[in-house]
Design a protein around this ligand. Structure first.
Ligand code: SF4
Ligand code: SF4
Length: 352
């Protein structure tokens, strides 16, 4: 559904002091807002703190210093919202299971699927704000804080706690029904909402949105084997070797390692998701969000490297307007393009 949805309506029967009824109401509202699935967990400190701090201590966060400086907040949601009692997580599907890899035409670089649609930071948050406004109008004494990759919260751990899925060996959340091509957002609240549970344990009346968080990776190592830079060890990714980090989050003028030329990614990388057996088509795929089902999103599957090298600021802004790519600097695009071109043709100077 697009972010142009109307304000969701609260059914009259929802009462504070009825956590199951409130959970049912909130989950139904997330469905009317077009999210593919949702879940609720009781607020609690992270159980992944030690693993997270070890990852930071090993320097695997690269130049993303905010992940280190915000570590205390990330492992405790009550730092973001004092008095937080419940956490809602929602999932927005940006590509269906079975979404085929599209080779980049000669002289082009590929764009990760999530980055081709409208900027999810905005579109998911707009819908969550609408949900928060609706809830606030009924319960003004409570607080509701929305996030979509915009607050210091360990969203993947929260998604597992909410029953949305498990964290695969490539460190992304996988849902047995959706696969892993989805984005996460959520809401913290001071209200008590009954946590969602595996479908079999779900109290009567709650919608069957929830699956479970059982790890179904088993002995599979496809993502580890396919990663072109060896960035993955089971359940850990070294950002400094990850093409997605290198092309998007690494801000320095030079990259610490070359970008792979066999599978040319100019923005992000989907390889570990493309090879995952949980992303193969089953014939009953969940519809993707309308912000991703556009002809423009299809056209943004790859970008012309020579055109990028000729961009000035207005040209870059026009080319990636409205997508998450607008957050990335022109210099980063041209650094990435230059590196991908370097083995295809003589290097092109930064300014033409
Ligand atoms: S996004 Fe690409 S580079 Fe990063 S871990 Fe996955 S396969 Fe490896
Ligand atoms: S490719 Fe295999 S190991 Fe990797 S996340 Fe998917 S199921 Fe797990």
């Amino acid at each position: 559904m697009s972010s142009g949805l109307n304000q969701p309506m609260l059914p009259p029967a929802s009462l504070p002091g009825d956590p199951a009824g409130l959970a049912r109401t909130v989950l139904e509202l997330t469905r009317t807002l077009g999210f593919a699935t949702a879940g609720i967990a009781a607020a609690a400190p992270s159980t992944e703190e030690s693993r997270y701090r070890q990852w930071i201590a090993a320097g695997k966060h690269g130049e993303m210093d905010y992940l280190a400086t915000q570590a205390d907040a990330r492992v405790d949601v009550s730092r973001e919202l004092p008095g937080c009692r419940s956490v809602l997580l929602v999932a927005e599907q940006y590509a269906p299971r079975g979404s085929p890899p599209v080779p980049a035409p000669p002289g082009h670089g590929k764009v990760a699927r999530y980055a081709r649609g409208r900027d999810y930071h905005l579109t998911i948050k707009q819908r969550l704000h609408r949900l928060a406004d609706t809830l606030r109008s009924r319960w003004p004494e409570h607080q509701f804080r929305s996030f979509a990759d915009t607050a210091p919260i360990l969203e993947r751990e929260q998604a597992v706690r909410c029953g949305i899925g498990w964290i695969g060996k490539h460190t992304l959340v996988i849902n047995p029904r959706l696969g892993s091509y989805f984005l996460l957002g959520g809401m913290l609240t001071t209200m008590d909402w009954q946590p969602t549970r595996p479908a079999a344990e779900q109290p009567d009346g709650l919608p069957p949105l929830i699956t479970d968080s059982t790890d179904r990776c088993g002995s599979c190592t496809r993502c580890i084997d396919a990663c072109p830079t060896g960035a993955i060890t089971p359940y850990s990714v070294d950002a400094r070797r990850c093409v997605s980090y290198l092309t998007i989050e690494h801000r320095s003028p030079t990259l610490p390692m070359p970008l792979p030329h066999d599978d040319r990614w100019i923005y992000g990388c989907d390889i570990c998701q493309e090879v995952c057996p949980h992303n193969t088509a089953r014939g009953w795929e969940t519809p993707i969000g309308s912000d991703f089902a556009t002809s423009r999103a299809a056209a943004l599957a790859s970008l012309d490297l020579a055109a990028i090298m000729a961009w000035d600021q207005p040209a870059k802004a026009a080319a990636v307007e409205g997508t998450p790519m607008r957050r990335t600097k022109l210099e980063q695009f041209q650094r990435n393009a230059r590196m991908l071109q370097s083995r295809q043709s003589p290097p092109i100077p930064p300014s033409i």
